[in-house]
Design a protein around this ligand. Structure first.
Ligand code: EPU
Length: 473
């Protein structure tokens, strides 16, 4: 155990540069931030005193939803894969634990660099205790099946935002020649001939991790695979870039049709994870909702064109200072209602819907927010209503009437992006807001308290010693 107990959400980086493994027996302190919540299942809360405009500069971290499949991809080779810019968040710690449980060695020469060598994998299984805390564990299926011809992954159940089946992943594996069965709650997949066989796969619905699982499986399959109706998210392109560096032959990533010529083996590579587009969008909203001014650095505006477009339409000034820096503030005319509908990339992402709803509570007029990706992703609405928002839900559309003065209240976070939405609402509310179950936010936002404090927010993490329920998102 070489993790040093220093502030993450406080003011310092963890000391030292090597995290070999993280003991689960540590006592938690408020200052330990995400690691505490990540590993010690503590029921942390955020106390926010709102009403301060956020000002200054903020640096965006690596994309959680890219680092997760890229870490899974390290299982495809016995050689060392080095990933840089891996965000220091709970889900990545869980993913790392999964790799280690399978037998991979994970070194961390620097805090956000993971050197993974999967030359001694002896287990081909992602157990329930990991899958239930993080459904992205299903990303182990494709690589294990492709390289070892077998994989067992606990079937994820529903979660706070919807039922979220993985039937499309499994159907695609079958099309690649695998046999797939459900045994005592586990998905058991085998490649009868030892190796998958390339084929044409048409996803009936766009699925991000489904596309990623098939990309990884097809990379080592015998022959050519064509994926139709593939997800086009920047994280897909990032994974393809890593896989191609490892020796895969993938064309068309980022478009609806991807072609993958299977190869016999993949090798080591170095890769830097793209910036987190959802963290970027969240900080843009933070500047706008508090009436502040922020320089958002180290981001990629091309990855959030739809978000920038809708936020501009809602009265947010977003200036592109250079290819990786945005300058954000409310426009002089103030915030105004603007309807959005969530859709797969390149349209407006579901992962920004909750934060956008918080913003619309402060906009003049009535906006309609339609969620088309997940069937139950409005749980933040009831908490926003407790703070004074005027929101009605009908089917998959939320109608937000604004602006409404929000006041602090005790509220409950239900999932990762809902937590972000509640933090944003609390930052513009008058008085104190106590947000419970913030372990959700620690899954995907690195040192959120420290970052917000650095730009003037009055927010602190409060730790008590009750065990948290580990939900997933
Ligand atoms: N779906 C199926 N069957 C499948 C797969 C998906 O019916 O086999 C449905 C889902 O239930 C959903 C839709 O298809 O209605 C899209 O789901 P998708 O598979 O694209 O979601 P995911 O891959 O499980 C990823 C992100 C989510 C993000 C969604 C949508 C990761 C690790 N997770 O999930 O991120 O919301 O894509 O963009 O990449 C988050 O970061 O907060 C988060 C939830």
């Amino acid at each position: 155990m070489i993790f040093r107990q220093k502030h993450l959400d406080g003011n310092a980086e963890p000391e030292g540069s090597v995290i070999i493994s993280v003991s689960r027996s540590y006592k938690t302190f408020e200052s330990e931030g995400p690691i505490a919540s990540a590993l010690f299942t503590q029921m942390d809360k955020f106390l926010v005193r709102g009403g301060r405009p956020l000002r200054g500069k903020i640096e965006i971290g690596g994309a959680k939803n890219s680092a997760l499949p890229c870490l899974a991809a390290t299982l495809l080779t016995a050689e060392t894969v080095t990933l840089h810019n891996v965000p220091y968040v709970k889900d990545l710690i869980t993913q790392r634990r999964l790799l280690e449980d399978l037998g991979a060695t994970v070194l961390t020469p620097e805090l956000r660099t993971h050197k993974v060598t999967a030359n001694n994998v002896q287990l081909f299984e992602a157990p329930y205790h990991l899958v239930k805390t993080m459904r992205a564990s299903v990303l182990a299926l494709g690589p294990l099946l492709a390289r070892f011809g077998q994989a067992k992954v606990s079937l994820p159940g529903g979660c706070a935002i919807g039922t979220r089946p993985i039937d499309l992943h499994l159907k695609a594996f079958e099309q690649l020649g695998a046999t797939v069965s459900l045994e005592s709650g586990d998905v058991v997949a085998r490649a009868p001939k030892g190796r998958l066989v390339g084929t044409d796969i048409s996803f009936e619905k766009v699925t991000v991790t489904g596309t990623e699982n098939v990309m990884m499986a097809a990379a080592l399959a015998d022959g050519k695979t064509v994926i139709h109706n593939a997800a086009q998210e920047p994280e897909i392109e990032d994974l393809a870039e890593l896989l191609n560096k490892m020796g895969a032959r993938i064309n068309g990533a980022g478009t609806p049709t991807m072609e993958i010529d299977g190869v016999e083996a993949l090798g080591g590579a170095q890769h830097t994870i793209i910036p987190d587009r959802i963290e970027t969008g969240t900080f843009i909203v933070a500047a706008a909702i508090t009436g502040g001014e922020l320089e958002v650095k180290g981001c990629n505006p091309d990855h959030i064109r739809a978000v920038i477009k809708e936020l501009r339409a809602a009265g947010v000034d977003i200036e592109e200072l250079n290819p990786s820096t945005l300058f954000v503030r409310q426009s002089s005319g103030g915030l105004k209602a603007n309807d959005v509908t969530t859709e797969p990339h390149p349209l407006f992402p579901t992962d920004m819907q909750a934060q956008y709803m918080a913003l619309m509570t402060q906009a003049k007029g009535t906006s309609k927010i339609t969620e088309t990706i997940f069937e139950n992703r409005f749980m933040h609405a009831s908490e926003l209503i407790r703070m004074g928002a005027d929101i009605t839900i009908s089917g998959n559309t939320a109608t937000v009437r604004g602006p409404r003065h929000l006041t602090g209240a005790p509220i409950l976070a239900s999932d990762l992006r809902a937590s972000a939405s509640l933090v944003l609402a609390a930052l513009c509310a008058s008085g104190e807001t106590l947000i419970d179950r913030v372990y959700h936010i620690d899954r995907g936002y690195e040192t959120i308290v420290r970052k917000l404090r650095s730009i003037g927010a009055d927010i602190e993490r409060i730790t008590d010693n009750l065990a948290a329920e580990e939900d997933e998102a």
